[in-house]
Design a protein around this ligand. Structure first.
Ligand SMILES: [Cu+2]
Length: 143
């Protein structure tokens, strides 16, 4: 009978062969572990490579008060590619520090966004429509 024959063969398998099979199995397991580790490494390297590199720019604005600060920071929060902004209202030149992803936006676009809400940004003058909408207390800045 076939079944019996197989059992007999197994039984007759030399001890050396059994030991060899055991090593092969162990090697296979180690290889599986190594491949898994390699995949994990590859994934983490790719993830790291995709982390956007940000840049920071300081822009002089015509902000006047705390409301201006809030208005500009809110506008920048909704501006594509900008991850952070902080306007130092205590500073003489009302500097806003902006952290952005250069692949998604540019300093020019950031200045344009500030201009749109009615404020000058470095060499970019305030957008007239945006400036008109500002409450009078915030209109002290130059156009
Ligand atoms: Cu203001």
């Amino acid at each position: 009978m076939k079944y019996n024959l197989e059992v007999e063969l197994d039984f007759k398998m030399p001890l050396k062969q059994l030991y060899f099979n055991k090593i092969i199995n162990k090697t296979n397991n180690n290889m599986k572990k190594n491949i898994l580790a390699l995949i994990l490494l590859l994934v983490s390297v790719l993830t790291f490579a995709e982390t956007p590199k940000t840049e920071t720019v300081k822009i002089k604005t015509s902000a006047v008060c705390e409301m201006c600060k809030e208005r500009i920071e809110k506008k920048l929060a909704f501006t594509k590619g900008v991850s952070e902004s902080n306007l130092d209202i205590e500073s003489k030149e009302k500097i806003v520090t902006v952290t952005y992803n250069p692949k998604k936006t540019s300093v020019e676009k950031i200045k344009k966004a500030i201009s749109e809400v009615g404020y000058a940004a470095d060499e970019v003058a305030a957008n007239a429509k945006g400036y008109e909408k500002l409450p009078s207390c915030c209109k002290k800045g130059e156009m």
